[in-house]
Design a protein around this ligand. Structure first.
Ligand code: NG6
Ligand code: CA
Length: 501
């Protein structure tokens, strides 16, 4: 009897182990400010992105895939929580000393994986705040952060590459900080006596753009937003940032090759400051922005190669997308504008980062799963990053409570290219709100600026109602609101309902 029980137990263990092995790993490559037209697979010709294109060669390439917002923090908030950013205040672009904005009891994308037995990790940009307060001790444990909202391991930088503190945190601690040179951070006033871009422009290797700030503490010859003092040996070198991240990610993949894992890899390219490694400088012919995209593509190649080397590639789902659309001059004089040479980062869409027009949120969105996708396919389904949470909950059979991920749609089969049906509609957040439904897009009237002059991007704001028929007017040039008042009324009702619910 005992023997029989033991062998049943053994059988169950083996079966469970086999089932666990069968679960695909998931690698989410989430990049910063990459435009719809910045990738070869999406039509870029002046830039070559063979490694990103190869994902599309064994995956679904979505032509109508969206970030929730046209800037970083709100898009990332939505990706993590499955909620639109307007459901919570304080989800706009965060300073580098912000406190954590994701409530710790909130369901999140990594928690879905954890509930299904996955190991979870994040490497790269964070930008969702750290700690309970703005004022915090960067020299002690900095928490709550990624570990408190669903990740088992984290290696991040706090905000953006252009914001202090320019340091890495591994789990709760700043890497390399020494008690003899403690870190202090301030976003209100200068602290310490480190040189700033404003006072010591002669120390800069890349100048900030007039009127765009980025002239506070100088780190690695680049003026940043915000002031920091201390931690001199802990500060990163921009040229090594990406290499640090992908080496951490590769080590993670190797260490966790025997269990299912969910790895979020948040690349910083091509966000400012664009300061790629020497091997990429000048390589694209399009200035550092183009070079940064080549560096990003190389990084994707590194990660894929690591999966292949560990025999994990076939059964790893790789999702590639961007947190918002493209911008050229976002604070530094780095040649992005002067060396564009006819490259079209927004791929024929109107607007860009910060904008309510399509280029603000419509981004490259590729889902590759080689085991189930022998070739590439294209899907025109409307799908959003906010859906990933419910999609994976559906696939992994994780129950979501009613209050969880309220804006996330379970579209698993669409995500893996087995069905074409997408969302019925989607709200796009920028300085105003817009809603997409079928061929139509409605932008809520807003009296704000029409053009963000410093970055030279049309924001899509207008005091008149705007309606575009994207099936014939992909570039949103022809406002048909007056022609189709019933459509305007329908979309306005949908949008107002979402905004107040
Ligand atoms: C803006 C910064 C810009 C960039 C952006 C955040 C200025 C004038 N501009 O406020 O340089 O850092 O914030 O980008 O400060 S995001 O992709 O993280 O949303
Ligand atoms: Ca961004």
């Amino acid at each position: 009897m005992m023997q029989k029980l033991a062998s049943i137990f053994l059988y169950l263990c083996v079966a469970l182990y086999a089932a666990a092995q069968d679960k695909p790993n998931v690698l989410l490559i989430y990049v910063d400010d990459l435009g719809y037209g910045d990738v070869g697979a999406y039509g870029a010709t002046k830039l070559k992105t063979p490694n990103i294109d190869a994902l599309a060669g064994r995956g679904v390439r979505f032509t109508n895939g969206h970030a929730a917002a046209s800037t970083c923090t709100p898009s990332r908030y939505s990706l993590m929580t499955g909620n639109y950013p307007f459901r919570q205040s304080g989800t706009g672009i965060l300073p580098g000393d912000a406190k954590l904005i994701i409530p710790q009891d909130r369901m999140t994308l990594p928690k879905v994986f954890k509930a299904s037995g996955y190991h979870t990790a994040i490497v790269g940009k964070w930008h969702l705040g750290l700690g309970d307060e703005v004022a915090k001790d960067w020299n002690a444990a900095v928490k709550p952060g990624p570990l408190e909202v669903g990740y088992d391991y984290s290696f991040i930088f706090p905000a953006t590459a252009d914001r202090v503190p320019t340091v890495f945190l591994e789990n709760h601690h700043v890497v390399g900080v020494e008690s003899s040179d403690p870190i202090h951070v301030d976003y209100k006033q200068k602290i310490g006596d480190d040189p700033t871009g404003k006072e010591n422009p002669e120390l800069l290797k890349m100048h900030s753009s007039p009127g765009q700030g980025h002239d506070n503490t100088i780190v690695n010859g680049i003026g940043r937003i915000g002031w920091m003092t201390g931690g001199h040996r802990a500060r990163w070198t921009d040229e090594e940032l990406t290499f640090t991240f992908f080496e951490k990610a590769k080590a993670y993949i190797q260490a966790h090759r025997k269990e299912p894992f969910f790895l979020t890899f948040n690349a910083t390219e091509p966000h400012v400051p664009r300061m790629p490694a020497a091997m990429f400088k000048g390589k694209s012919g399009l200035g550092y922005r183009g070079d940064a995209i080549l560096q990003l593509d190389y990084t994707v190649g590194q990660l894929v190669q690591e999966l292949k080397d560990n025999q994990l590639y076939e059964n790893t789902i790789i999702i590639f997308s961007s947190d918002n659309g493209p911008v050229l001059d976002d604070g530094y004089q780095d040649g992005a504008v002067t060396e564009l040479h006819g490259h079209d980062p927004s791929g024929g869409l109107r607007g860009g980062k910060y904008s309510a027009f399509e280029a603000g949120t419509r981004v490259p969105f590729i889902v590759s799963w080689p085991k189930h996708m022998a070739t590439g396919s294209v899907s025109d389904a409307l799908i959003a990053q906010v859906d990933l949470l419910a999609c994976f909950a559906e696939f992994l059979e994780v129950n979501l409570a009613e209050q969880d991920a309220v804006d996330s749609k379970a579209l698993w089969k669409t995500l893996i290219g087995q069905e074409q049906g997408g969302r019925s509609h989607m709200v796009q957040s920028s300085r105003t709100h817009a809603v997409l439904q079928g061929n139509y897009k409605y932008i809520k009237p807003n009296a704000g600026q029409k053009i963000a002059k410093l970055v030279n991007i049309e924001l899509g704001q207008d005091s008149e109602e705007q309606l575009y028929d994207l099936s014939v007017d992909r570039g949103e040039k022809n406002n048909v609101a007056k022609k189709f008042p019933a459509k305007v009324a329908e979309l306005k009702r949908i949008l107002d309902q979402e905004l107040k619910s």
